[in-house]
Structure formats: structure tokens, C-alpha cells
Write a protein that binds this ligand. Structure first.
Ligand SMILES: NC(=O)C1=CN([C@@H]2O[C@H](COP(=O)(O)OP(=O)(O)OC[C@H]3O[C@@H](n4cnc5c(N)ncnc54)[C@H](OP(=O)(O)O)[C@@H]3O)[C@@H](O)[C@H]2O)C=CC1
Ligand SMILES: CC(=O)N[C@@H](CCC(=O)OP(=O)(O)O)C(=O)O
Length: 374
């Protein structure tokens, strides 16, 4: 799996290895961010990567922000900077990545940067798992919300066709052989995993709009402070935002094969650091029983270790999934057997971002999907 090595490169300037060549060499760009920090934590303790240290990259050397020398300066929870166990952060450089024999590049970077870097990586034979929204949407209309610019639109269109939406529970087979995996958005992961089994089974009465009411902790907005994430606004508060126009709506249309008349999505900012809870209101075409709904969900997720289906009426809670890679899915069915409320919960930085990205790496490498995530 691993490349043969980096001929002519100084030992300390490349990815540090500890002897084994069996593990692939992986790198994280955007490691100073919230999702990048979680990726670093997961990759450093991943059992399959024990022989080869992951590489961590900051911005390019010539960019305005100075790259920090140690990962542990950026994320002190990972250890003490400057010790034998600490990890260097390299300035972003294609030459360095190629010379270091990197095979998988995680992009925990803004959408525009990921749109530019993914083709560059693939050109150099490096597979990409992109955490941004840059490559998730097949329909150009849905993508407009990201205002992406392509240096080579023809090549970008080809790559967009090739990109695989990185929801292993739906696209495991395609992810296995993908070169470019577009990790899903945090909100869409929670909504899609709750709805897909029922929508795919054709059980949902789509003459009634599906209403998705989602609430996210503040880390969903990234580390850059803003008026919205300011303590004085976010604390002791609950607010709806991006009503009728959140950029994640396109992912729901495309992945659930629904149109704007059939599904409505409203996000809310919750005054907690991390976690998402989605409450989804829908109607079934014919009256059914809680046991039948539960059976459909458990059948759908029987081979999916990261989704936990709750028994009827036992609704998931954020406390139970925070700092885990699980998505918990539960439901309550009204007495009429038709009005159904689905509730799903996940950690936006894990199953909603870094954890799902590592899950995708596991699938691409043919490892057990949950490795390094339990
Ligand atoms: N937070 C979340 O819950 C989720 C985030 N995502 C996506 O994951 C990606 C990362 O998110 P998150 O960690 O929250 O974001 P942060 O804002 O916390 O971190 C962004 C990272 O990108 C780097 N960066 C910013 N601009 C550039 C640039 N021009 N070139 C290179 N690097 C750059 C930053 O470096 P520096 O420190 O130098 O500024 C930082 O490392 C985003 O695309 C986001 O949409 C996806 C799902 C959930
Ligand atoms: C609370 C909060 O602000 N959440 C972010 C979404 C999280 C995210 O990063 O999703 P993408 O990867 O699609 O950007 C938002 O609503 O914009």
C-alpha cells in the first residue's frame, strides 16, 4: 500500500517513520482548525497507522500566516510541544508532500482552497478526502452557493463527476475505489442518516413536506471568531439562521433525491461547543407500527457500525454522542401510525467531519470501518 519511499530527501524533513512500511502515509492540511485538530488526534492513535506518523501541514510558507512549528502548540490537548513525541507542522508544499510519499491528503480547509487543491493532489497521485463543501454537489445550481472558481473548468467538471459523496452508509462501494472523497456536511449527515432508510424504501408520503429542524454547537462555525459565535451572542441563546437558504440543503436534495417542495431544512445555533441534534417531521404513506419502523432502520444499518438505532420512543441525545463517531438515530410514531418524528444526533467535528473522514480512509484502505474510531 505504501509508496517505496522518498529518494534523496533528508530523514528529518520527511514524514517520520518508525520502521513499518505497510501503512499508507497520510497528511492533514488545515491542521490548525477545529476539524484538523480532531483529525490529528484520530490519526495519531489509529492502530493501522502506528508504523508511520501522519504529516501535518499549515499554510504555505509564503502565505501571510506563519506556520506553527508544533502540532502541540496549536492543540495543547495533544501533548507538549518540542518533546520527542511532539509532531512538526510543515508549511504546505506540493514538493514536500510528493517527496514524503504521501498517499492520502485530508483537506480540512475552506471550500475555495479545497476546490483548488484537490485537482493538484490527484495530478500528483495523491488521493483526497476533502472535509469542505467544495466537491459534494453534482448539480452546478446547488453548488452556486459556494461561489467556487475553477482555474480549469473542464478538468473540474470531470473531477466533480468522479468525486464520491463520502457517506459510507450510503456509498461504501464507490468510496472503496475513489480517488476524491467529498466528506459530507455535518448537518446533512444527521438528516440523511435519519431519512435515507425510509425514503429509499418508498415509505414517506412526499405530498407532505419533510421538515428538518437541526441544532448545532458553535464549533460547527469553525475557529474564526465572528459576531454569531461571540460568547455574548451564542451563550444563553438559541437562534435560527440561514432560513430557506442554508448551503447544506443541496446535499439533502441530491442524496435523498428530493426536490425543494419535498424537504425543508432550518439550522439553529445551540450554546454548546459541539454536537448536532436534528428533529425531522414526516408522514408515512400507510399506517405502520413502531416495530416495523425499527426493523427497517436496523436492517438498513445492519452493516454500519457507526450508526446506532434506538428502540421506538427512546430518542437520542447530544450527551450520548459527543466526542464519539456515532450517529444515533431514534424515532417516535404517533398513534395514527403515520406521523413520524425522527431524531438523530452526532458530533459535528467527528461523524460530522473528522471522524467520518477517517471512516472513509478506513473504507478506501479496506480496513474495518470503525478502526481507530471506537
Ligand atoms: N466545524 C465543523 O463542524 C465542520 C467543518 N467542516 C468543513 O471542514 C473544513 C474545516 O473546518 P473547521 O476546522 O471548522 O475550520 P477552521 O476555521 O477551524 O479551520 C480552517 C483551517 O483552514 C486553514 N486555512 C484557512 N484559509 C486557508 C488558506 N487560504 N490556505 C490554507 N489553509 C487555510 C486554517 O489555517 P489558519 O489557522 O492558518 O487560519 C485552518 O487550519 C471547512 O471546509 C468546513 O466547512 C465540515 C463539517 C463540519
Ligand atoms: C454552527 C454552524 O455555523 N455550522 C456551519 C456548518 C458546518 C460546516 O462546516 O459545514 P460545511 O462543511 O458544509 O461548511 C454553518 O451553518 O455554516
Amino acid at each position: 500500500m505504501a509508496n517505496s519511499g522518498a529518494a534523496g530527501i533528508e530523514e528529518e524533513d520527511t514524514v517520520a517513520t518508525t520502521g513499518s512500511n505497510a501503512a499508507p502515509r497520510v497528511a492533514v492540511a488545515g491542521v490548525s482548525g477545529y476539524a484538523g485538530g480532531e483529525l490529528a488526534r484520530l490519526l495519531l492513535r489509529h492502530p493501522r497507522l502506528a508504523g508511520v506518523r501522519p504529516a501535518f501541514l499549515g499554510r504555505a510558507a509564503e502565505s501571510e500566516t506563519k506556520s506553527t512549528a508544533w502540532l502541540e502548540d496549536l492543540h495543547p490537548q495533544l501533548g507538549v510541544p518540542g518533546t520527542a513525541q511532539s509532531n512538526p507542522v510543515h508549511p504546505f508544499s506540493w514538493e514536500w508532500l510528493v517527496d514524503s510519499g504521501i498517499e492520502f491528503l485530508f483537506l480540512a480547509t475552506p471550500h475555495e482552497q479545497s476546490r483548488e487543491w484537490a485537482p493538484e493532489a490527484l495530478k500528483r497521485g495523491i488521493k483526497v478526502i476533502d472535509l469542505s463543501g467544495a466537491w459534494r454537489l453534482k448539480d452546478a445550481k446547488n453548488r452556486e452557493v459556494y461561489h467556487l472558481h475553477d482555474a480549469d473548468p473542464t478538468q473540474a467538471a470531470k473531477l466533480q463527476d468522479e468525486a464520491v459523496y463520502g457517506c459510507p452508509e450510503l456509498h461504501r462501494k464507490e468510496i472503496r475505489t475513489a480517488r476524491l472523497v467529498a466528506n459530507p456536511g455535518c448537518y446533512p449527515t444527521s438528516v440523511i442518516l435519519a431519512l435515507a432508510p425510509l425514503v429509499q424504501a418508498g415509505l414517506v408520503d412526499l405530498s407532505h413536506e419533510i421538515i428538518c429542524d437541526s441544532k448545532s454547537g458553535v464549533s460547527g462555525a469553525g475557529k474564526a471568531p465572528s459576531a454569531k459565535t461571540h460568547f455574548m451572542y451564542a451563550a444563553d441563546n438559541l437562534s435560527a439562521y440561514a432560513v430557506f437558504g442554508h448551503r447544506h440543503t443541496g446535499e439533502l436534495f441530491e442524496q435523498l433525491h428530493l426536490n425543494p417542495d419535498q424537504i425543508q431544512f432550518t439550522p439553529h445555533l445551540l450554546p454548546i461547543p459541539r454536537g448536532i441534534l436534528s428533529t425531522i417531521y414526516l408522514r408515512l404513506k400507510t399506517a405502520t407500527t413502531p416495530e416495523a419502523v425499527h426493523q427497517i432502520l436496523t436492517n438498513f444499518y445492519s452493516g454500519s457500525p457507526m450508526v446506532r438505532v434506538h428502540p421506538a420512543q427512546q430518542l437520542p441525545q447530544i450527551q450520548h454522542i459527543v466526542r464519539t463517531n456515532f450517529c444515533d438515530v431514534g424515532f417516535a410514531l404517533a398513534k395514527d401510525g403515520k406521523r413520524l418524528i425522527m431524531v438523530s444526533c452526532l458530533d459535528n467535528l467527528l461523524k460530522g467531519a473528522a471522524g467520518q473522514a477517517v471512516q472513509n480512509l478506513n473504507v478506501m484502505c479496506g480496513w474495518a470501518e470503525e478502526e481507530g474510531l471506537l
